[in-house]
Design a protein around this ligand. Sequence first.
Ligand code: HEM
Ligand SMILES: CC(C)=CCC/C(C)=C/CC/C(C)=C/COP(=O)(O)OP(=O)(O)O
Length: 301
Amino acid sequence: MTTASESLYGMASAKDLFALTKPRVMTLVIFTALCGLLVAPGSIHPVIGFTAILAISLGAGASAALNQWYEADIDAVMKRTQQRPLPAGRMDRETALHFGIGLSFFSVILMGLAVNWFSAAFLAFSIFFYAVVYTIWLKRATPQNIVIGGAAGAFPPAIGWAAVTGDVTVMPALLFAIIFFWTPPHFWALALFMNSDYSKAGVPMMPVVAGRKSTRKQIFGYSLILAVCAIAPYALGHTGVIYGSAAIVLSLVFSWLSLKVATSKTSQPSEMKAEKNLFKFSIFYLFALFAALVADRMILA
Ligand code: HEM
Ligand SMILES: CC(C)=CCC/C(C)=C/CC/C(C)=C/COP(=O)(O)OP(=O)(O)O
């Protein structure tokens, strides 16, 4: 007899299917999509807007399930990921694959039928980008994996925008650029203090291939490009002073923390305070920047 927490998928529990969607990481993905939707010009019926965000959430979760279907072998080697449903043996790969494909189709069709087919196609492309371009093609092949593949995580605000307008203009392109250039410092800071995990799994992440010194310099370089992209919406007159001041202050702190990483020389993960601080701040940075964007639009509009 199946219990309430067991799902349609054999013995996989609802809790593990939920875990397969990487819910903690996806909160920020969904939040940036919501912000894109809220600052887009024009209006959207609240029920349609809610459905668009639901579809993006389901699509993001589906792509995460497909990611874990493909990389169960890597996840089994790394300490951080060993307790995920597949490597821990609580779910079989076929279940994860069926769940990921089923949910992908459902999310895209929901978006198409309830919102518009442009944002549905965009969502489908993002799922493909994370599950196939990043996970299958790039992750094991090149240390530029997260630079190129990271684009998948940068699409959601533009999808939220397209749900309202049916197109993509300069502003959503800038929001894309912000997350695109934010991803390398976000991830490489973490990869520096998790280096041994990735090298053990044979994943060619930047610190594994290019070394710590080069990765630290690149983090600082990307943080400067990020600052330019983050301030651009204000500098180009697309936002008001609320967003502009938040972007300047947050980017100054981000660059300062990146500089600390760039000048750090330690090789001991336990001593990598600068890297840990930058990783933690990276998450706050994106939340705060996008929240400021919405506040700016709501208060100054
Ligand atoms: C290819 C690009 C990216 C890579 C490789 C990456 C990798 C990671 C990793 C390995 C973690 C550690 C915690 C975990 O495994 O759950 C993490 C945490 C996190 N990432 Fe990313 N990330 C990427 C892009 C993004 C994007 C685009 C967002 C959101 C816009 C994001 C949001 C977060 C958040 C919120 C956390 C903290 C989760 C928690 O508190 O457990 N990441 N990221
Ligand atoms: C709408 C839509 C499809 C959005 C997708 C959003 C997206 C691409 C998020 C990526 C964030 C993420 C979980 C990266 C983990 O990388 P990893 O899988 O290499 O990390 P791991 O080492 O923890 O497995």
